[in-house]
Design a binder for this molecule. Sequence first.
Ligand SMILES: NC(=O)c1ccc[n+]([C@@H]2O[C@H](COP(=O)([O-])OP(=O)(O)OC[C@H]3O[C@@H](n4cnc5c(N)ncnc54)[C@H](OP(=O)(O)O)[C@@H]3O)[C@@H](O)[C@H]2O)c1
Length: 297
Amino acid sequence: MRILVTGATGTLGGALVPALLKAGHEVRALSRTKRDGRGNVEWVWGDLISGNGVRDAVDGVDAIAHLATSGRRGRGAVDIPGTRTLMILAHAAGVPHVLFTSMVGADRAPYGHLRHKLEAERIVEESGLAWTILRATPFHQWLHERLRAHASLPALPVDRALPWQPVHTGEVATRAAALLSAGPTHRHLEYGGPQVLGTEELVRTWLRATGLRRPCLPVRYPGRLYAAQRAGHLTTDAAPKGEITWHDYLMPPAPVLSDDFASEHTASPTSPATQPEQDPDLRVYGGDEGYERPTRS
Ligand SMILES: NC(=O)c1ccc[n+]([C@@H]2O[C@H](COP(=O)([O-])OP(=O)(O)OC[C@H]3O[C@@H](n4cnc5c(N)ncnc54)[C@H](OP(=O)(O)O)[C@@H]3O)[C@@H](O)[C@H]2O)c1
């Protein structure tokens, strides 16, 4: 399939594009920055807010992965009018499937940025296109950046009662790629990380991973969105879920080697284990200095 990815340069897009290529799809990637196409990726220039370039972007694609967002501070500019423009032009072009990435809790806690995501979901559902909505929990990378932004503070304000369910973007991308390959579901699917952690555990794991020492200052974050998160509305029990934990994202475990891998890779180039034994003309000399293979004269 040829799949248009909006938000291809973003955190999730950076994982989804290779996942789609690996699954054998062609990718058309939309960005507001002009880029040269390389390999199987065809970069197209476009802006979902002005609508420039979007008609050409949707032309002739079999599906759209709509990831672009103006984020929590963007007042829904891409999520609402941008999604509407994309859906109108995609419908006119007869695109068979759109997958929209939303956030877990958009339906249960429609406040702040989640309100924009819910509104965008409705635009997708009412577009006349066949759709799938994939709601994810916060990405590891996003939480990491958010904590890094607080690293200069002498103490970290921590609301202990807030549950988080961080998920790895590589796993969200794999799930999104599988859904795109399978076709429209007309369903809202949730995808979360493997564990629900309190803010204090989340922060302490991050401090250990980054080697920083900061006291945690107990506070209560204000507002309706945090109240909804405290009540568990931003986490999900849905299966399947991701497997990579926050701890393993920050401090990846050493790879476990199979027996085969160990025997192939632990022997030195001069070890008998790596040399052909059957050919009497191929004899191995030397030790640490390397080896030489006599040639037939
Ligand atoms: N971050 C999280 O923790 C999280 C959690 C759950 C769900 N999600 C959802 O997952 C999706 C991807 O999030 P992300 O964190 O990967 O996003 P991101 O890193 O913030 O990237 C935003 C993307 O949107 C594109 N974009 C912004 N304004 C645009 C415009 N006017 N026209 C066209 N493209 C525009 C940017 O492309 P250019 O700059 O190249 O134009 C960029 O690729 C979003 O739908 C988000 O709501 C995110």
